[in-house]
Design a protein around this ligand. Structure first.
Ligand code: C2E
Ligand code: MG
Ligand code: MG
Ligand code: MG
Length: 282
């Protein structure tokens, strides 16, 4: 008996476990501090149409850590969600993205640019989420219709009735919604029909092998068709090669995002007229 009790304790005091707990606690303190010290940055990645014209950009969060350098969201968003820190961080993202969008839109050539912002479940479920979003667009004087909130299927399905109500309220103010990583979750067509979406965003996993995998090509074709019949725009993410882009175009997908058009960057210099279009048409 003593042995089995000892076994349990040994498991609880497993030094590897303690290391993990300590590392998490340290990162949480780091995250809090990072927020206070303004260490978060927004990068922007362009979204283009078939002629290479800019439609908008997606805001992508980075953490400029004093020791670790630029930390990618995959490394800190899960912990930020668990600790609730994603709420103030997400609010900062919304404000920063709207402020940047207002700057772009001040140039008449880019007046119709949109800004896509990723929203996490924890953030969306806050009682004041609607107010937070409306405050950001109002304060920075951007058209609500040029802000596109990216939600994931798992967020939507987690509490579908509240999701639908909340989306409709924001939609009534003009805010747009895009369904991110589409095709990787479990959305049913019944729900899709009830959601006030403006856009489906094809997950990059389908784009990656689109030229070699007939099933991925079929999935993309299906998503584009679904978007068309539901009256939604469809954008492909993770487009890295011109061959992928042109194949997507033959499948009737007309909006793209990916390294081919630009990596996420802090200073998104708007392209000159005709810039990079030449290679798109080559
Ligand atoms: P996501 O929203 O699906 O963003 C697309 C990810 O793909 C980004 O990674 C982007 O940098 C990357 N990407 C873009 N083009 C290409 C390409 O051509 N090839 C490849 N291999 N990758 C490409 P990133 O910036 O590391 O962001 C990862 C995820 O973190 C995002 O996935 C999103 O879920 C989350 N995220 C980013 N910013 C925020 C934010 O402000 N708030 C919240 N809640 N989540 C965020
Ligand atoms: Mg996204
Ligand atoms: Mg995505
Ligand atoms: Mg993703």
């Amino acid at each position: 008996e003593a042995k089995s009790a000892g076994g349990d304790n040994a498991c609880f005091f497993d030094p590897a476990m303690l290391n993990i707990i300590a590392a998490r606690a340290e990162m949480e303190a780091d995250l809090r501090n990072g927020l206070r010290q303004h260490e978060f940055r927004l990068f922007y990645q362009p979204q283009v149409n078939s002629t290479g014209k800019w439609l908008g950009a997606e805001a992508l969060l980075r953490w400029q850590h004093p020791q670790k350098g630029m930390v990618s969201p995959a490394e800190f968003i899960p912990l930020a969600e668990e600790t609730g820190l994603i709420v103030p961080i997400g609010k900062w993202v919304l404000h920063q993205a709207c402020a940047q969008l207002a700057l772009w839109q001040a140039d008449p050539a880019y007046a119709s640019m949109t800004m896509s912002v990723n929203v996490s479940a924890k953030q969306f479920r806050q009682d004041d989420f609607v107010d937070t979003v409306l405050e950001a667009v109002t304060q920075h004087h951007v058209q609500p219709g040029s802000l596109k909130l990216e939600l994931t299927e798992s967020l939507l399905l987690d509490n579908i009735e509240q999701t639908i109500t909340r989306m409709h309220i924001l939609r009534s103010y003009g805010i747009c919604f895009s369904l991110d990583d589409f095709g990787t979750g479990y959305s049913s067509l019944t729900y899709l029909k009830r959601l006030p979406l403006e856009q489906l965003k094809i997950d990059q996993s389908f784009v990656r092998d689109i030229l070699v995998s007939p099933s991925d090509a079929a999935i993309v074709r299906t998503i584009v068709g679904l978007g068309k019949s539901l009256g939604l725009s469809v954008i492909a993410e993770g487009v890295e090669q011109e061959s992928q882009r042109s194949f997507l175009q033959t499948l009737d997908c007309h909006a793209y995002q990916g390294y081919l058009f630009g990596k996420p960057s802090a200073t998104l210099s708007l392209p000159q007229r005709g810039n990079s279009n030449a290679e798109l048409h080559a």
